[in-house]
Structures are given as structure tokens and as C-alpha cells.
Design a protein around this ligand. Structure first.
Ligand code: NAD
Ligand code: TYD
Length: 358
């Protein structure tokens, strides 16, 4: 097998690359990534000497470079994860989101289609393009609503969600119009090792360890469905093996928690494994700050179809996944420091100043 992974130097991509190399000992993996503020070769450091793996720095929208890479590497499966991914940044400026998640993404579909068209029929038959999207394209649920599934109507409510929804529609259009063999995955909030410390869980771990405030947006009652990253990667691999062409699969962790519950769990776990020197609880660092504009209340996924068709299910409980995640961050405090560029540090400090917490 020859796998090409875009966004491979990011959080989910780097976990997927490791899993592919482990699960397919005969495979070759090409990691393609622009190395934006969220991507880093440090995330792939443990596979850099692996002869079955190579890294290419490039933009998904760079048709010339990507077609050269495709022609040379000849992948049978492309996992497309590259994107701008942080909702708060999309609220501040939607431009990079439209550029990467809509324009670059669509150029990539064109480039991949040109490559696909030139393949021999037998290679076309085993080729798959797996697109990684989000449950945020479906909008926001109330507590009384049924979870999202594949029949839920699109209703994206943030610039990030709207850009990903556009990306999903383009993927379907390329499948329907040109016959590109695509599979779309809409998954819930991931967490685990190597997640950039702008997202809730690693952000709170980092701030707690640094003795800083833990800014909870609004009243902390918003709900997310937490999916351990390795369970997500297993679903992506299952989709590449068993996913039906043209189908969408909703993938979730069956672990709904309010944001405040998550932050308190992080604090309780840290109180046990890394107590504060003065012996007080990390929960004292929690601070309620201004809510995110248009903050989606609840996301939840019904993953029955993925379970039935992909013979997959989430196997990591939130408690267990959080324990692994915390242990990883505690062993990788240097990574946590190195991964944040000066530009990013400035962004985050300006962002939380506006929200009322520094
Ligand atoms: P991430 O921000 O950690 O990584 C994204 C990677 O994409 C980075 O390495 C970045 O350098 C790269 N990238 C960005 N623009 C690029 C471009 N134009 N060309 C090439 N590379 C580019 O994100 P993640 O959390 O690993 O998310 C991966 C995918 O999964 C995204 O498509 C995201 O929308 C989707 N997703 C993520 C979550 C989650 O909870 N993290 C949930 C649902 C869906
Ligand atoms: P995030 O990790 O940004 O993911 P998403 O917005 O894509 O779901 O945020 C998860 C939840 O945590 C979301 O409801 C916003 C909230 N949140 C906070 O309360 N404080 C924070 O500092 C961050 C980053 C997020």
C-alpha cells in the first residue's frame, strides 16, 4: 500500500502516519504538509528515520508540486486532513480558512482527479480519497435533540464550519461529476497526544501547569463528544479498507461532556499526578470569561453506520483517553514549549486579553 497523508505534521495526521506505518509493515507513507503555525516536524520526529516514510513540505493548493509528487509516489489511498482548524481563529479572520479549506482544497481535488484519470483501470479500482471533515458542518444541538448522523442537514454556523461544509460539498461534487472515488468522514472533537495547545484539552493542561488562569467560555455548559485520536485514526483506516465509495460516515467517541466537566477532570487528574506545590487544587485557576460569538451549544454523533459498515467502534473511554493524554503532555513539556511560535504566543495572549483573562 502507498498512502499519502495531507496535514501529516498536524495533530491527527501525525497520529495517523504512525498508525499506518505500524499496521502495514510493507507500506510506504508520504506526509505532505505546509507546516503552518499548527504543523511541526517535531510531530513526526519518531518516524523521521523510517525508510518507508518521507516528508514533503507543500501546499494542498500547489497543483504543480502536488501533481509531481502524485506522479512520482503513485498513492493508492489519499487521506486528506490538511486544513485550518481552529474556530476562534476563523472568527477573527476567515481568509486563511477560505484559502485553505475551500480554494486550496478544491485545487487539490482537481489535481488528484488529473492523477486518478491517468491511472490504469485496475489501479483506479483500488484508489480511494478519504476526506476528513467535522461534525461542526451540522450546526448546533440542544440537549433534547438526537445526535447528528449521516442524514442530518448541513447547517454550519462558524466560519470554520462553513469552510469545511464547502469542502464536503466539493468532495461530493467531484465524486458525482467526475467519478473520483471519495469517502467523507464527519467526526467529533478529537483529543490525545500531539494536539496543538490552542484546543480545549491541551490548552487547559498547558495553562494549568504554567500556573495561569483556565478560561472557560460562557457558563461552561456547552457539550462536545470527545473522540480519542487513535480511535479516529482506526476509523479512517477502516474507511480506506471497507468504506463504500461516495458514502459519508459519522465518527464519534460516544463521550459527551460539558466543557466545565472536562476542565474539572483535567484539574482533578493533575491534582493527583502533579499536585500544585502549595497543595491547592488546580480548579482554583478556573475563570469564566466572555463567551465565543455564536458558540455552538452541543455536538454529538450517532456512529451506528460506521459501526455496522466499517466494523469499527470507539474503544477508549474518556477517562482512559484523558489519562493517556495527560501522561503524554507531562512527559513532553519541552514539545509543548517548542511548538508555540512567537506569532502564535502573541495571538493567544491578545485573544484571551479580549475575553477578559490573561
Ligand atoms: P491541525 O491544525 O493540528 O493540523 C492541520 C495541519 O494541516 C497542520 O499540520 C498544517 O500545517 C496543515 N495545513 C494547513 N493548511 C495547509 C495547506 N494549505 N497545505 C498543506 N498543509 C496545510 O488539525 P487536526 O486537528 O489534526 O485536524 C486535521 C483534520 O481533521 C482537519 O481537516 C480538521 O478539520 C479535521 N477535524 C479535526 C477535529 C479535531 O478535533 N481536531 C475534529 C473534526 C475534524
Ligand atoms: P475547541 O477545542 O476550540 O474545539 P471546537 O470549538 O472546535 O469544539 O473548543 C472546545 C470547547 O471548549 C468549545 O465549546 C469552546 C470551549 N473552550 C473554552 O471554554 N475555553 C478555551 O480556552 C477553549 C480553547 C475552548
Amino acid at each position: 500500500m502507498r498512502f499519502l497523508v495531507t496535514g501529516a505534521a498536524g495533530f491527527i495526521g501525525s497520529n495517523l502516519v504512525r498508525m499506518l506505518l505500524r499496521q502495514y509493515p510493507e507500506s510506504q507513507v508520504l506526509s505532505y504538509d505546509l507546516l503552518t503555525y499548527a504543523g511541526s516536524l517535531a510531530n513526526l520526529a519518531d518516524v523521521q528515520d523510517e525508510t518507508r516514510h518521507e516528508f514533503v513540505k507543500g501546499d494542498i493548493g500547489d497543483g504543480a508540486l502536488l501533481s509531481e509528487i502524485l506522479a512520482r509516489f503513485q498513492p493508492n489511498v489519499i487521506f486528506h486532513l490538511a486544513a485550518e482548524t481552529h474556530v476562534d481563529r476563523s472568527i477573527q479572520s476567515s481568509d486563511p480558512f477560505v484559502e485553505a479549506n475551500v480554494v486550496g482544497h478544491t485545487r487539490m481535488l482537481e489535481t488528484v482527479y488529473l492523477y486518478f484519470k491517468k491511472l490504469y483501470e485496475k489501479d483506479q479500482q483500488r484508489f480511494k480519497f478519504i476526506h476528513v471533515s467535522t461534525d461542526e458542518v451540522f450546526g448546533s444541538l440542544r440537549l433534547s435533540d438526537a445526535a447528528f448522523d449521516e442524514s442530518t442537514a448541513y447547517n454550519p454556523l462558524s466560519p470554520y464550519a462553513a469552510s469545511k461544509a464547502a469542502g464536503d460539498h466539493m468532495v461530493r461534487a467531484w465524486g458525482n461529476t467526475y467519478g473520483l472515488p471519495t469517502v467523507n468522514i464527519n467526526c467529533s472533537n478529537n483529543y490525545g497526544p500531539y494536539q496543538f495547545p490552542e484546543k480545549l484539552i491541551p490548552f487547559m493542561i498547558m495553562r494549568a501547569l504554567g500556573g495561569e488562569s483556565l478560561p472557560v467560555y460562557g457558563d461552561g455548559k456547552n457539550v462536545r463528544d470527545w473522540l480519542y485520536v487513535e480511535d479516529h485514526c482506526a476509523a479512517l483506516i477502516a474507511a480506506s479498507e471497507k468504506g463504500k465509495i461516495g458514502e459519508t460516515y459519522c465518527v464519534g467517541g460516544e463521550s459527551e461532556r460539558s466543557n466545565l466537566q472536562v476542565v474539572e477532570m483535567v484539574c482533578n487528574a493533575l491534582d493527583e499526578v502533579k499536585p500544585r506545590v502549595e497543595g491547592r487544587t488546580y480548579k482554583e485557576q478556573v475563570e469564566f470569561v466572555a463567551d465565543r460569538p455564536g458558540h455552538d451549544f452541543r455536538y454529538a454523533i450517532n456512529c451506528s453506520k460506521a459501526k455496522a459498515d466499517l466494523e469499527w467502534m470507539p474503544v477508549t473511554s474518556f477517562e482512559e483517553g484523558l489519562k493517556h493524554t495527560l501522561a503524554w503532555y507531562l512527559h513532553n513539556v519541552q514539545w509543548l514549549d517548542d511548538i508555540r511560535s512567537d506569532e502564535y504566543r502573541q495571538w493567544i495572549s491578545a485573544h484571551y486579553k479580549v475575553k477578559g483573562s490573561v
